[in-house]
Design a protein around this ligand. Structure first.
Ligand SMILES: Cc1cc2nc3c(=O)[nH]c(=O)nc-3n(C[C@H](O)[C@H](O)[C@H](O)COP(=O)(O)OP(=O)(O)OC[C@H]3O[C@@H](n4cnc5c(N)ncnc54)[C@H](O)[C@@H]3O)c2cc1C
Length: 496
């Protein structure tokens, strides 16, 4: 659709009658509209859209319902880095609010969408390719992990991403946790080369050794603050084809009566396990407005069975349902489903414990989580307390590739995620929910120096301040964005 006065009138009309958040016609909206016109003239009406089917599907497509109600003045669907450069350059000159969306899975409000501003939406950049000489995989930002894994599986290789197929590449910018992490590090530790459009619109290629090595490093945890990545080249991991069942594992569901034993088993796993081939995701959950507890562990070993000394506790705890078998890496990543359910408002929260906190700390976290659940139960669809052990070997693997801003100290620790899904269709929350969340974050135990996971935090948490190299990250941010344009014009993590 072309840019003209008719489009403005039509889009305001659409906004008023058909959309949850009306688009305003104030100065902000008008200047964004002008910039949209300018970049549409430069890039064409397929790339810069102000309305229409693709615009609407994209504006409303975010996984988190709270992020599907804003209406960007226009959406840029880049075909290449040049398109991003042109649009970003105009945004910078005209001082327009903007956001970037790749897989759409952020639970932080406004981090991947914008009202009366410009949204970059990467659905036209979804290629993945393999360079056998360099043994690297190149990902365009719009691909989702499930798509990348499926396309590369016949070659027996995989990029490090996440554990759910519908999630996208924004995960890399926050670090990334996956079933290969014990052996190879955070997902972003596998970076080889990144193309990045800086806030000014300048395109740079960053590697571990060139003049942009500090930017390369910062993008291993700096989230959306350091520029727009238009190409990720990452180390290929040789996981095997679907026919080769190189992993053993699956999931086990437990009744609430097993909760205490599961907390003990999780604490022991974090304290004792040193085998990089072992991975675990322990999920305590409540479902519904009369919260019903059900707990699930997903456990995988890169080998032909689950070693008893590592997983024996989980295998012997009374369970409701067990599904364990030899699996390929792709199968391991699809066992819990794609994580694609839409229509629910979502919020995350984070914490982290070191490996010496003792079982009582796990019990306290479960108690606080349960109290929070019952306080907000009337608004609830489901509530999850998830533990991902991060092994010392993961930290060492990251360090051997140049390190990352999180820079956890040596020793296992556990990343904790609180994931609240609100009732289907609920778009505004009573103040009591915010109160309950504040109390939860105050009371939730945490260990000093253990980094929170920024992709699974609450927007109010200063996760960067938990990073081992917070000061270096701040310095690097000041170098690449001296006018603090990103912080002033994009929602994202606080603290830089
Ligand atoms: C169901 C589910 C399962 C999950 N499982 C895992 C898991 O197994 N492991 C794990 O580590 N995490 C997991 N996460 C958390 C996940 O890492 C974050 O939600 C992540 O931010 C999602 O990335 P995305 O591209 O899908 O989302 P988006 O919302 O598109 O992007 C996330 C953030 O990155 C920014 N961004 C995206 N692309 C770019 C770009 N090219 N340049 C600059 N900024 C960009 C966005 O602006 C946004 O702030 C899961 C989340 C969900 C909802």
């Amino acid at each position: 659709m072309r840019f003209d006065a008719y489009v403005l009138a039509a889009s305001i009309f659409n906004a008023t009658i058909g959309r949850i958040t009306p688009r305003s016609n104030d100065a902000t909206s008008r200047s964004a509209f002008k910039t949209c016109g300018r970049i549409q003239n430069a890039l064409g009406a397929d790339v810069v859209q102000l309305s229409g089917e693709e615009y609407s599907a994209s504006a409303t497509g975010a996984w988190n319902l709270f992020n599907s109600v804003s209406r960007p003045t226009c959406i840029v669907f880049p075909n290449n880095a040049k398109d991003v450069q042109v649009a970003m350059g105009a945004i910078f000159q005209d001082k327009i609010h903007y956001a970037v969306q790749s897989g759409g899975h952020s639970a932080m409000n406004g981090w991947n969408t914008v009202q009366d501003g410009i949204l970059f939406y990467f659905s036209h950049m979804k290629n993945v390719s393999y360079d056998a000489v360099k043994d690297t995989i190149t990902l365009q930002p719009g691909i989702h992990w499930g798509e990348a894994l499926t396309q590369l599986e016949p070659l027996g290789i995989a990029p490090m991403g996440g554990r759910f197929g519908d999630v996208g590449t924004g995960l890399l910018l926050g670090g990334g946790l996956n079933y290969l992490s014990g052996e190879h590090g955070f997902s972003s530790d596998a970076y080889v080369e990144l193309d990045v459009v800086l806030v000014t619109g300048k395109l740079v290629t960053a590697t571990a050794t060139n003049e942009y090595s500090d930017l390369f490093w910062a993008l291993k945890g700096g989230a959306n603050r350091f520029g727009i990545v238009t190409r990720y080249e990452v180390q290929a991991i040789h996981t095997g084809t679907n026919a080769e069942k190189n992993w053993f594992g699956g999931f086990i569901m437990y009744p609430n009566s097993s909760a205490d034993a599961l907390l003990h088993a999780t604490e022991k796993f974090v304290r004792t396990v040193s085998d990089p081939r072992a991975s675990l995701l322990m999920v305590f959950s409540y479902n519904g407005t009369e919260p019903t507890p059900i707990h699930l562990v997903s456990l995988f070993y890169h080998g032909s069975s689950l070693p008893e000394p590592i997983f024996g506790d989980f295998l012997s705890i009374p369970a409701a349902f067990t599904q364990l078998s030899p699996v390929s890496y792709v199968e391991a990543n699809s066992l819990l489903g794609p994580g694609a359910d839409r229509g629910f408002g979502q919020l995350f929260g984070a914490s982290a414990f070191n490996n010496s906190v003792g079982a009582e700390t796990y019990f306290t976290s479960f108690r606080e989580f349960s109290d929070y659940t019952f306080k907000i139960k009337d608004t609830l669809s489901s509530n999850v307390l998830a533990f991902t052990p991060i092994l010392d070997s993961q930290i060492l693997a990251g360090r051997s590739r140049g390190g990352n801003p999180m820079d956890p100290p040596r020793g296992n620790y556990v990343a904790i995620q609180i994931h609240t899904s609100f009732a289907n269709g609920l778009t505004s929350l009573p103040p009591s929910v915010a109160d309950a969340r504040r109390t939860l974050f105050e009371r939730m135990p945490k260990s000093p120096k253990r980094p929170f996971y920024i992709n699974e935090c609450d927007a109010s948490q200063n996760v960067f301040a938990t990073y081992g190299r917070y000061k270096d990250l701040k310095r690097t941010y000041a170098k690449y964005d001296p006018t603090r344009f990103n912080i002033r014009f994009t929602d994202g993590p606080i603290g830089l």
